[in-house]
Design a protein around this ligand. Structure first.
Ligand SMILES: [Zn+2]
Length: 316
């Protein structure tokens, strides 16, 4: 039984602020504004390397996240894009000035949990601790209330939907933690494709990463490895289809390490992991530039949170 309530229409109809933001193009056709998101973590923190790199070793590895995020800030500035940065507490603690720069550039600071432990590994108490610890640090550093959360490796799905209620209890306003596809590491194919209020929640919105419907199939088109794997023309076609046929904003994501072909190469990993992590890193920035130019982009909270952008002090 699908325990989710698909309230896509309700979520978009009840408030113009929650619906797709429409901008008038020079032609008479309105365009939907999409959400650009970055998962702020370093190359050695990805779940695919979990069995090869211990969390105890993270402090000893050369960090590249700061310079990579700075490049992303520069790129977004060039294209006039304000985006959402789902940031690990671990990264924020070591690079507090980077967190300030993200906020000072006009972006939304949001949570990616403390140290990239999948939610499927946690019970409700430990998940709550992880959320509140990360939220407290990000709010102190950024001076803004933290509205958004993305689970490491999209690790909220059929088996742990209780996590969405914990997110609401801890004051989060939206989550972007479900990938409604079939995948060996994550995914909940039965989930709605667009924003919905999960069962048991009052107002928290789950905003899945974007897929395109093709016949009976949902194909991924919201970023990550797929964006590097498939030709850019596919992503452009798919995102356009979501905007024009579904008339919904797309949610796109990528990682700072994906624009860094010079990162240290991890040995001893399987072929599938190697392809997923390293394929086309050298082409990524150019593709992002095309994506930035081809579609209008904004922050998650501007699309999905009513009355967003309060400061932390306003909230207290
Ligand atoms: Zn992540």
């Amino acid at each position: 039984m699908n325990r989710l309530r698909d309230v896509t229409d309700a979520a978009t109809a009840r408030s113009p602020e929650l619906g797709p933001v429409l901008a008038e193009e020079r032609s008479s056709e309105p365009v939907v504004v999409n959400a650009m998101t970055v998962d702020v973590e370093d190359y050695f923190q990805v779940s695919a390397f979990e069995g090869h790199i211990s969390r105890d070793d993270w402090d000893r590895l050369p960090c590249r996240v700061e310079r990579n995020v700075d490049r992303i800030l520069g790129l977004f500035e060039e294209f006039g894009i304000q985006a959402t940065f789902f940031t690990l507490g671990w990264v924020a603690q070591r690079y507090p000035r980077l967190v300030r720069r993200i906020v000072d550039h006009g972006h939304e600071l949001a949570s990616h949990g403390w140290s990239h432990v999948r939610v499927t590994e946690l019970d409700a108490d430990r998940f709550r601790d992880d959320l509140t610890r990360t939220q407290a640090l990000l709010e102190d550093l950024g001076g803004r209330s933290i509205n958004g959360y993305r689970a490491p490796s999209y690790s909220i799905g059929e088996s742990n939907l209780w996590a969405l209620q914990v997110l609401e209890e801890t004051g989060h306003r939206y989550s972007s933690s479900i990938y409604p596809i079939r995948h060996d590491l994550y995914g909940m194919p039965s989930a709605p494709r667009f924003a919905f209020i999960p069962e048991g929640c009052e107002s928290l919105l789950e905003v899945p990463v974007t897929t395109v419907q093709l016949g009976a199939s949902k194909l991924p088109c919201g970023g990550g490895g797929y964006f590097r794997l498939f030709p850019y023309a596919y992503s452009k076609w798919a995102l356009r289809r979501v905007n024009r046929q579904d008339r919904q904003p797309a949610v796109f994501y990528f990682h700072p390490w994906e624009i860094d072909p010079a990162q240290p190469v991890q040995s001893g990993i399987g072929l599938k992991t190697r392809v997923r992590h390293y394929l086309n890193l050298g082409r990524m920035e150019q593709r992002l530039r095309r994506l930035a130019a081809d579609f209008p982009w904004t922050r998650m909270d501007r699309l999905f949170v009513r009355g967003a952008e309060r400061t932390y002090a306003d909230q207290a």
